[in-house]
Design a protein around this ligand. Structure first.
Ligand SMILES: [Zn+2]
Length: 448
């Protein structure tokens, strides 16, 4: 057992409770009881057996005094190209078409398996450091991505990317299908789904072919849709339909869909969405690449959404709190209304993102996976604080994440990552040198 004693808890609905003990056992939250009267549960219900754990503490049980700490569910990142941490800072202050066509895709075309593995571990390290316990990844090189997920212990929903424009499209689709079949039971911390890159890189019948394959295996998809306004305009010119209409006609909304971005979703797109359609909103990328204020902002009240970071090559960090913070600030600023997206509202959206993934995490409840963050807010960055939730949302950084726990296992403890950062940095330096030495290749796809 791990016992987090005397903590302040913030649950997924932004409720704050002080003086609580959390008992973790077998990878789940076994009990949450009042520190003062442990027979009481979180709702004030009372039964003598609730305090039984106190009589059963063994020498090898770990007790962490959380008197000065705040415990929340782990954070979730709904859209990342985790391996792209290796490209962080490689294409700065350029337009989206230059970013894709002249920088990222040419470099990616010469990536090796080692680059993908190291980049993914690097991205995961940053996420764990910032309290992320579950991430939806969208990238190629899925064998390496999977290995990185298993080696590090984060929960990862992996969508191997498929481009309909690739000359080997059919082979690639069957390769992904076989990969998913082979690895669907590897770990309860890994989930797999199909990742068509986007409607514009999956033209003709290719999008439908991917959707059909996913549906035949009863799996959801994760793809980019209506990320930037020109994509919507081009889609209308080429097909007479918006990207959402194209996906709808391909049967896409009849399965679960994780929409990366959807920044330029239109009002008429909303009725097309399925019950299990989720948006991963990544405001830092939109601000950095100058995408403008799309239809998402006038429609989000009717959408299921959480936050994503996108790849670190466009957003420079994979810190999900930063994305939630930027969204709240953007809304307040643009609408000239300080009340429009308060800390509780933005926290609920952040937590709701867990529902888009199949791990059952993101709940401060007995029986839920023990995916938790223990925050130390008694630092100069966050002090003074009067409300722990707003301190986390508006002030905190990775230094405030004291512990990150996934399935009852600490991936960060006492402020230090479990994985070997020194070794990772050495490996990264080598990879970075080789990557620049190889230079840019010819991309198979074109943005715009
Ligand atoms: Zn993306």
């Amino acid at each position: 057992m791990i016992i987090l004693k005397n903590a302040t808890l913030i649950d997924e609905n932004a409720n704050v409770r002080t003086r609580q003990d959390i008992i973790v056992e077998g990878g789940i939250i076994r009990r949450i009881v009042s520190s003062d009267s442990p027979q009481e549960d979180i709702a004030g219900g009372n039964s003598p057996e609730r305090s039984a754990y106190l009589n059963n503490i063994r020498d090898d049980d770990e007790v962490i005094d959380c008197t000065d700490y705040v415990v929340t569910p782990g954070l979730v990142n709904l859209h990342a190209h985790t391996a792209m941490n290796i490209f962080k800072g490689i294409a700065e202050d350029v337009e989206a078409d230059v970013w894709f066509n002249e920088m990222i895709w040419p470099y990616e075309s010469r990536m090796t398996a080692e680059d993908i593995y190291t980049g993914t571990v690097l991205g995961i390290a940053e996420m764990i450091g910032n309290g992320v316990t579950a991430v939806a990844d969208h990238y190629f090189g899925e064998e390496q991505v999977l290995k990185a997920a298993l080696d590090t212990g984060i929960r990862m929903d992996i969508a191997p990317t498929v481009f309909g424009t690739a000359p080997d499209f059919k082979d690639r689709l069957s390769q992904v299908k076989e990969f998913i079949k082979a690895h669907s039971n590897d770990s309860d911390r890994v989930a797999l789904r199909f990742g068509p890159h986007s409607n514009y890189t999956c033209p003709g019948s290719t999008l439908e072919e991917i959707v059909d394959t996913a549906r035949s295996m009863n799996l959801p998809i994760h793809l980019h849709l209506s990320e930037e306004e020109p994509q919507v305009i081009t889609s209308r010119e080429k097909t007479g339909r918006t990207p959402f209409e194209v996906l709808h006609d391909a049967g896409g909304f009849q399965t679960g869909v994780l929409v990366a971005h959807g920044l330029w979703v239109e009002e008429s797109d909303v009725p097309l969405l399925g019950e299990d359609t989720w948006f991963a909103f990544c405001p830092k990328t939109y601000m950095k690449l100058g995408y403008g204020r799309g239809g998402f902002f006038s429609n989000y009240d009717r959408l299921h959404f959480g936050f994503g970071t996108d790849g670190a090559a466009s957003s420079n960090t994979v810190n999900i709190i930063e994305q939630a913070r930027l969204f709240a600030l953007l809304e307040k600023f643009e609408r000239r209304d300080a009340l429009v997206m308060d800390a509780a509202a933005v926290w609920k959206h952040l937590m709701e993102g867990h529902t888009a993934l199949p791990f059952g995490s993101g709940r401060m409840q007995e029986g839920a996976p023990a995916d938790l963050v223990i925050w130390d807010l008694w630092t100069p960055d966050t002090c003074a604080f009067y409300n722990p939730l707003s301190a986390i949302l508006y002030s905190a950084g990775s230094a405030n994440v004291r512990y990150t726990m996934v399935g009852g296992e600490f991936l960060k403890a006492d402020g230090r990552l479990k994985l070997n950062v020194k070794e990772l940095m050495q490996d990264l330096r080598l990879r970075q040198k080789e990557l620049l030495g190889r230079g840019k290749g010819k991309a198979q796809v074109y943005y715009g």
